[in-house]
Design a protein around this ligand. Sequence first.
Ligand code: AMP
Length: 260
Amino acid sequence: MRLVLLGPPGAGKGTQAERLAERYGIARLSTGDMLRAAVAAGTPIGLKAKDIMARGELVPDPVVIAIIADRIKEADAAKGFILDGFPRTVAQAEALERLLAQRGLKLDAVVEIKVDEGILINRIENRIAQMQARGEQVRADDKPEVLKQRLVAYRGQTAPLIDYYQGKGRLRTVDGMPPIDEVSEGISRVLTKKTPSEAKASPRRKPVRKSGRKTSRKGSKASRRPAKARKATRPKRKAAGRPKTRKTARKAARRKARRG
Ligand code: AMP
C-alpha cells in the first residue's frame, strides 16, 4: 500500500499517518521530520532548509525530491509507505510518479484531510500547549505568524495537488473536523471504497457458468428448446381488447367492411 496524505498544516496529517502506518504495517515517511532531523544534525541539507522552514516557506523541490528518492529505496519502505507532507507541489508529485514508475510502482490512493481554516490556529495553539505540558521542545514554525505563511504556501503551492490527483482518479476526501478516531474511521472507509474511475476500470463481471461460458439470453435453457415447443408454452395474447396500432386498426376496419 502506497499512500499520500494531503491537507493544510494542523489538519492532523501526522497523527493519522502514524495510525495508518501502524494499521497497514507500512513506513511513515514525513519530509518535515526528515528535514527537522537534518537541521538538528547540522547537515548541508539542514543548513539549507533551516531558515526557509523557520519562515514557513517551502524547501526547494530538488532538495525534498532527492530526500524522498533515497528514502523510498530503503528496506522498510519495500512493503509500502505513507507519505506525510510530500508531495507539496505539482513538480514534486510528478517527480514522485517518475520515481515510482522506475520501480514499476504507483500510488494506491491520495487522502485529502479537509478542515476549516478558521480552526487551524486554535489547533496549533493546542498542540503547542500539549507539547509544553509534556516538556517537549516546540517546533520553531509552530507560531501563529509562521502558521499564516505556511497556510499561504499550502493554498498557493500545495492545494493545486487536489485537482491534480482528482484528475488522475486517485483522490479521496475525508472530513478532518470530527475527533481523531472518527477521522481515522473516515480514512479507513474511503480506502476500502473504490473511486469512480477505479470502479469503471474494473466493472462487475457477468456470472460465468461452470462450463466456462457466460450466461446470456442466447445460451439460456429456454432458447435451446425447439422454437415450436417454446411457442406452445407461450401464454396466448387475447385478441379482443389488444391495444391496436394504427396499421392493425386499419386492417381490422377493412376486414369488417369486407364482411359487410
Ligand atoms: P511539516 O512537518 O510537514 O509541517 O513540514 C515542516 C516544514 O518543512 C514545512 O513548512 C516546509 O518548510 C518543510 N517541508 C516539509 N516537507 C516539504 C516538502 N515536501 N516540500 C517543501 N518543503 C517541505
